[in-house]
Design a protein. Structure first.
Length: 92
């Protein structure tokens, strides 16, 4: 079991400034921040699950939100080849 913390932001590349009633207004820039937390559980045979939550801090006029997360991961690994040895034959 491993604790997990994360933070991410969403940045718009088309940030611009405009003059509205004599006031400079910025549009674009950071539109959302996300803060995550949870627990990872390592399972046998390259399986893993993650349970946690996410707080979405929206920088727009939308309401902020809490999100429950459940994730499943499977790691694909290349199979190791078995070494072959021949007894009594010298290797050069």
């Amino acid at each position: 079991m491993t604790p997990v913390l994360s933070a991410e932001n969403f940045l718009r590349t088309n940030e611009y400034y405009q003059l509205v009633n004599g006031v400079a207004v910025t549009s674009g820039a950071v539109t959302e921040m996300r803060y995550g937390f949870g627990l990872n559980f390592d399972l046998p045979n390259n399986h893993e699950i993650q349970i946690g939550g996410l707080y979405r801090n929206l920088k727009t006029k939308k309401n902020d939100a809490w999100v429950f997360q459940f994730a499943y991961f499977y790691t694909i690994e290349k199979k190791k080849e078995k070494a072959t040895r021949t007894i009594g034959v010298p290797e050069f």
